[in-house]
Ligand binder design. Structure first.
Ligand code: AMP
Length: 180
């Protein structure tokens, strides 16, 4: 069985993956949302995990009904665990489906982010954090459509985590999900 997975143009290591279902993979984020913007700093781990389709298609709209069902059942399963693990009381479940919606990695994925009272001064600022980098990369083309300037380069200003850090988080989540 392969130990290398693709997420759009990115290579994902087996250590980043904490859930495998028939059509989806749960993986920890290389560059999670910056914790510095929040009032509450979570005690451990990152704040933004992803569930991606196993099939490499850019859009949520490209998924078959079976894949849609699988990715959202996986999102629900992961959501239950990360909400509890990170002391949350709610979840932001977000899919940026296409570049003009803020998608920077052209491979269908859903963000699952635990939330709790006071984590942001203004609750909806989370969407600014999810899309902030993308907005900076947009430019207006001649026909008046916003186009990404640097396709495939995302979240440059965020710090990439170490392999060890990601592997430790993924192992804990896999254990909580009963995957190992
Ligand atoms: P979006 O802006 O909705 O397309 O989100 C893309 C997400 O993928 C961002 O949260 C990135 O931090 C994350 N990401 C990019 N490259 C990797 C990678 N190699 N491994 C894990 N997550 C990644």
């Amino acid at each position: 069985m392969t130990n290398i997975y693709k997420f759009g143009p990115h290579t994902i290591t087996a250590g980043q993956i904490f859930l495998k279902s028939k059509h989806s993979l749960g993986l920890v984020n290389l560059k999670p949302i910056l914790p510095g913007r929040k009032l509450f700093i979570y005690s451990r781990g990152c704040l933004d995990v992803l569930v991606i389709s196993r099939r490499s298609v850019p859009r949520f709209l490209d998924l078959s009904p079976e894949e849609v069902s699988d990715i959202f059942q996986s999102a629900q399963q992961i959501g239950r665990v990360v909400e509890q693990e990170y002391g949350g009381t709610s979840l932001t479940v977000a899919c940026q489906d296409g570049p003009q919606a803020g998608q920077t990695v052209p491979h269908c994925h859903v963000h699952i982010i635990p939330r709790r009272l006071g984590d942001y001064v203004d609750n909806d600022d989370i969407y600014e954090d999810i899309t902030r980098n993308t907005n900076e990369l947009l430019t207006l083309s001649e026909d008046g459509v916003n186009e990404p300037i640097k396709k495939g380069v995302d979240n440059d200003e965020r710090k990439a985590r170490s392999e060890d850090d990601m592997t430790a988080e993924a192992a804990r989540l896999a254990w909580l999900l009963g995957e190992q």
